[in-house]
Design a protein around this ligand. Sequence first.
Ligand code: UGA
Length: 423
Amino acid sequence: MFGAGYIGLVTGACLAELGHTVAVRDILPERVELLQAGEVPIYEPGLGDMTLRNEERLRFTLDAEDAVRGAEVAYVCVDTPPTASGDADLSRVWAVVDALKGASHLLALVVKSTVPVGTGRRIRAALDAAGLGHVGYVSNPEFTAEGRAVSDFMNPDRIVIGASDPAAADLIKGLHAGVNGPAVVMDVASAEMTKLAANAALATKITLANELATVCEATGADIERVTEAIGMDHRIGPHFLKAGLGYGGSCFPKDSRALHALASNAGYSFQLLRTVIEVNGLQARRHLQRLKEELGGSFEGRSVALLGMTFKAGTDDMREGPSTIIASRLLAEGAEVRCWDPMAQPGPGQPWDSTTRHAGPLEAMAGADAAVIVTEWPELRDAPWAEAHTAMRTPLLLDGRNLLDGAAMAQLGFTYMSVGRPT
Ligand code: UGA
């Protein structure tokens, strides 16, 4: 397993749980040392226990040669960050392909990293040129969501296996024996496309809900009732219709841009996806504008509490979440920003260096002119809202996740705003 990040660790631990012997290789010494000491460097429910439970079959190494020695299957789970042009940087994937040259027992190379369509074809050619024509190539994209990755791996909606030959497909299908979900076997390019298409479909669905919410605000309709009812139509489905401050995370924003860039490079302007990306980029800003208007048209000298910093609940990941956009904008417009989050660990840098961090939601809201619910942390449902109302300088609340009961909040005396629901 190349890469001890979120995908590599979850896949490695789950394959060990299924009875396979797994060596996970990473290039970061501190990460490997931590894992060798029995600690898991990311937060993912069930992963720590699973790693410990399977320690006899699961080891961690810095040495690529050591990792592939005797291995029949090599997995690529390294990151493919976007370059300035929006294309994926595949240097880490190619470094793994180079490291395989001495892998004499190897039967298949499986790429789980998200890569542009066509990468498999190029890797296949490189393997052939390196005398590894007998090694099957498989694209096996990842559909697990952060915060539920172990359970998603063991109970997937589908396992997509895009293989260069039927033997490789059978081998990888066999590795998943014990996983509770159907395998869908296809060609390599279609598997690569399926990954980007799935994330584009989900990002589009969320964006549809967010745009409908905006129209609901203007017309007095309630987005929660609307999405509940349209979601009951099996052709639409109830999931990923929750309106909010815009999707974030390490996948939807990156993959939508990657698919858009892929289409552009092929000479096609993917207009629907371009609009999704644009609408999502404006979503948090638009709601911040509503809040500003409620505060009389300026954030200057105001104090605003951010309740939640991670891109969703159940993770410590803050990447591309609306919190960064909101905090930066508030600071730029002269506000003081007071934050609470149970898990976020922002590294040094802006905007977080210019904000203050508080132990609980109530502490963050004390003296504030407004509070914004950014992440749907369950703690916020049961926060001491009556006390918060007294503690705030102005009891103005923007519930960016439609987490609370608007009528109850209004009864407490809050000026309560949410996304696509009548105020
Ligand atoms: C997403 C996909 O759900 C996974 O299937 C995929 O494997 C993963 O990306 C990936 O490509 O690796 P993840 O980014 O962990 O998983 O998070 P999600 O739970 O999908 O949420 C993404 C964003 O959409 C979050 O900001 C979330 O708050 C937002 N969201 C989600 C909404 O605003 N509304 C919804 O109804 C659902």
